[in-house]
Design a protein around this ligand. Structure first.
Ligand code: GDP
Ligand code: MG
Length: 431
């Protein structure tokens, strides 16, 4: 785990040129992050291919390590594809389609509420004739929100309901008529025919596909089928309050080119947000906050200091003073778990790990209580010195021993890593 952290950080602080190897290493992490976020495999592949080309053609920026630069390109490209501007809904009849249980009815309630608050005249209706309970669900929602629900006599077909609802909306001078449709567990022809007919009859201003962010890798195929048949004008990604990282947003954008309009973040009427590409990009990559990762890495590891340490490590010449420097750098980077959460491919796994920062302080205290000579040459630390150090640092002899033991292990490990680029990190916390 911490080895992985060390590996990634050394990648981050590694070579100075955007070489094939650096790019490939960074992209391997990104590819994993994308697939973990349920981005469609082919989409991830073509996306990374473009990033790779951009990275190869880019000049090395002085203030970024190559790996950071690659991540930045990935991030920018992702935000670009996801779409910069929040797009509004065109006035008229807005048709909501999608599989059953994805959140169509709930989303209609949320959007009706939003539009109403903005001062638009809104009405809703449902064509889900096979499931009276689903119609009732929308009717109740409409009541609560305070928008009219258009209901008609029983026995009408979905298409007939749609037509009449549109007529009524015109009479009422409604800005937006939000039309719910039947869902199915799987794409089926009967449903598709029905939707196609509704589309032809009511000429909707928008056809919004409601997609469940938790649907995973097959979701893109379903979205494609709907798009080919109906020509979607927008997507709402629901259930983003869960664990889903929202890779479907990238798949939909990249493969269908359809804009994401909103995201659903809960079951309540207020639980809807505009689609912010930068936030979703970070979430897809599993980066807490990519901007601050880059900034912080630059701030607290002055290039020369890090380089100096790397050089010493490479020379197999690593003493307790260097260890202390390293500890300070790590601590300066802020809460460790937070930092780790910013690193692609690691964030998700690190969520539950708590790094004990108090331990760091104690180790530093032990090292501080040594004389400079002891720090540079720990072999001279005998029992009486240990007693003095333990007393001086308010720790115990066994704790001093642990620090020395781990230092020795690290030194050995670093010797082994000789010839590898970057700054390897020790295993923490000490146990
Ligand atoms: P429909 O069959 O497509 O109309 O789906 P519904 O609107 O009936 O929603 C199905 C279930 O998903 C309901 O239990 C909703 O409360 C829930 N749901 C819808 N949107 C969200 C969301 O954004 N977050 C969460 N957590 N649940 C949602
Ligand atoms: Mg429904």
């Amino acid at each position: 785990l911490t080895e992985k952290f060390g590996g990634t950080l050394s990648k981050l602080k590694g070579a100075r040129k955007l070489t094939d190897k650096v790019i490939n290493d960074a992209l391997r992490d990104i590819r994993l992050a994308l697939l973990e976020a349920d981005v469609d495999y082919e989409v991830a592949k073509s996306f990374l291919k473009r990033v790779r080309e951009r990275a190869l053609s880019q000049e090395v920026k002085r203030n970024l390590s190559p790996a950071e630069q690659v991540i930045t390109i990935v991030y920018e490209e992702l935000v670009n594809i996801l779409g910069k501007e929040k797009e509004d809904l065109k006035k008229g009849t807005v048709l909501f389609v999608g599989l059953q249980g994805t959140g169509k009815t709930t989303t209609i309630g949320k959007i009706a509420n939003l539009l109403k608050k903005k001062g638009f005249k809104v009405a809703v209706s449902s064509t889900d004739v096979r499931r009276p309970a689903a119609m009732l669900q929308l009717e109740r929602l409409a009541e609560r929100i305070g928008v009219p629900y258009y209901s008609f006599e029983e026995g009408l077909s979905a298409v007939q309901i749609a037509e009449r609802a549109v007529q009524r909306a015109k009479q009422d001078g409604v800005d937006y008529l939000l039309l719910d449709t039947a869902g199915r567990l799987h794409v089926d022809e009967e449903l598709m025919e029905e939707l196609k007919e509704i589309k032809e009859r009511v000429k909707p201003s928008e056809i919004i596909y409601v997609a469940d962010a938790m649907q995973g890798q097959t979701a893109l195929e379903t979205a494609k089928t709907f798009h080919e048949l109906l020509g979607l004008t927008g997507v709402v990604l629901t259930k983003m309050d869960g664990d889903a990282r929202g890779g479907l947003a990238l798949s939909v954008r990249e493969s269908l080119g359809v804009p994401i309009k909103f995201i659903g973040v809960g079951e309540k009427v207020e639980d809807i947000e505009p689609f912010y590409p930068d936030r979703i990009a970070q979430r897809i990559l599993g980066l807490g906050d990519i901007q601050s990762l880059v900034e912080r890495a630059q701030e607290v590891i002055p290039e020369d200091k890090a380089q100096h340490l790397s050089a010493k490590v490479l020379a197999g010449d690593f003493n307790l003073e260097d260890l202390r420097d390293m500890l300070r750098m790590i601590q300066n980077m802020g809460p460790l778990d937070k930092l780790l959460g910013m690193i692609p491919g690691i964030g998700a796994q690190m969520k539950n790990i708590k790094v004990d920062e108090k331990q760091f302080k104690r180790i530093e205290a032990v090292i501080n209580s040594m004389t400079p000579e002891e720090r540079r040459n720990p072999r001279i630390i005998n029992m009486s010195r240990k007693k003095r150090i333990a007393a001086g640092s308010g720790t115990s002899i066994s704790e001093v021993n642990k620090v020395l033991k781990r230092y020795e292990e690290m030194r050995k490990m670093m010797r082994k890593m000789k010839g590898m680029a970057g700054m390897p990190l020790p295993k923490f916390p000490f146990k």
